[in-house]
Ligand binder design. Structure first.
Ligand SMILES: [Zn+2]
Ligand SMILES: [Zn+2]
Length: 356
């Protein structure tokens, strides 16, 4: 079965009302509730011309018009909207981050309508939102750069209150079968969003190697990330004074930091003598005493000034090049729980009681 069935010419559904669905543009049943929409402007299609790159561009002009549209919602689109509501309720925290719940419902509806117009069965779509990767599938459904919900919103018949006249005086309304008002380029835009959604939601994490062999600090050679993230997971290129890295005064060293070491640097606020110590102690799980802060460790060396300079091989585990790693572990274990009942500082949660 194809998810993109060829659009077969269908006979016009029997309907006395000829009122349309505001989403798919199909005719609705006679007793369906309707809403009145008034369009004050209309778009006049004057001509179409071919641009240099071969794209066909439509030459349009806005004209004043005062037209009333009475639209309802067909049973299929109503079911789609209900499913969107359900999805929002299930992912309420995420939905609220998008704005209001009603905005989220509209956006989710557009995403599901996009799947519907491509012929993706409701059961297939819903399976994506209930399987292991559900959270990801939901997030990607409305993500701007994926474009599925936005293409779905553009495809809704309601958005067509403007382009009703063409130079030949024809209505661009379709024949009353669902989604028949769409031009093939509009369906292509939705399909593009769908393919991006499909690709990203099944994407698994994989090791992404460091651009220069290893993290400048801890020397780890790869971190787990999505292929689509690529090397961006390693952040921006950095130029660090070699003395800050525990090296001799060799000037500046260029490289990248892994996300874990980068977090330590961000928490420290600036590069300094203690930054390297801090990254190592964060790695071994030091919960710093609120009043004590980070100690100054002498003689620590970053991977960038030791292994990288020697054989360029990445460390098999973070900080494996550093002789003081075991000592740092022991120190952190005892320093984190000095004075039972003392407060320790946790960068994510703030001050909290030290737990032995
Ligand atoms: Zn509909
Ligand atoms: Zn690192």
């Amino acid at each position: 079965m194809s998810l993109f069935p060829r659009r077969e010419p269908r006979s016009r559904p029997a309907s006395r009302s000829r009122r349309r669905c505001r989403d798919c543009g199909g005719f609705i049943e006679a007793r369906t509730p309707t809403t009145k929409y008034i369009s004050t402007q209309a778009e006049l299609l004057l001509d179409s011309e071919k641009a240099g790159n071969g794209d066909v561009r439509e030459v349009k002009s806005m004209v004043d018009a005062n037209r009333t549209f009475i639209l309802g919602q067909c049973a299929t689109c109503r079911a789609v909207a209900d499913r969107a509501k359900h999805l929002v309720a299930e992912h309420e925290v995420f939905a609220l981050r998008l704005g209001t719940l009603s905005y989220a419902e509209d956006l989710f509806t557009s995403g599901l309508l996009a799947l519907d117009l491509l012929g993706v069965p409701a059961a297939t779509a819903d399976a994506a939102f209930t399987s292991a990767g559900a959270k990801k599938a939901v997030g990607l459904l409305v993500r701007g750069d994926v474009g599925l919900a936005h293409a779905g919103a553009d495809a809704r018949y309601l958005g067509r209150l403007y382009p009703i006249f063409t130079i030949r005086g024809q209505r661009q309304g379709g024949d009353g079968t669902r989604w028949s008002h769409l031009a093939s380029a509009e369906v292509d835009a939705v399909r593009e969003g769908y393919l991006a959604w499909q690709k990203l939601r099944v994407e698994r994490t994989q090791p992404i190697p460091a651009p220069e062999g290893g993290c400048m600090f801890c020397g780890i050679g790869a971190v787990m990330g999505l292929a689509s993230q690529g090397a961006s997971i390693w952040g921006n290129e950095r130029k660090i004074d070699s003395r800050t890295l525990g090296g001799p005064g060799l000037g500046t060293i260029t490289g990248h930091l892994c996300p874990v070491c980068r977090k330590s640097v961000e928490m420290a606020g600036a590069f300094g003598a203690q930054t390297l110590t801090r990254a190592l102690l964060d790695y071994v799980g030091y919960k710093r005493n609120v009043w004590a802060g980070y100690p100054e460790a002498e003689g620590l060396q970053a991977w960038a000034v030791t292994r990288r300079g020697r054989d360029g091989m990445a460390n098999p585990t973070p900080w494996a090049h550093e002789k003081a790693l075991a000592e740092a572990r022991r120190w952190a274990a005892s320093a984190s729980k000095t004075a039972p009942g003392a407060l320790v500082w946790d960068d994510e949660h703030g001050a909290r009681p030290a737990v032995a």
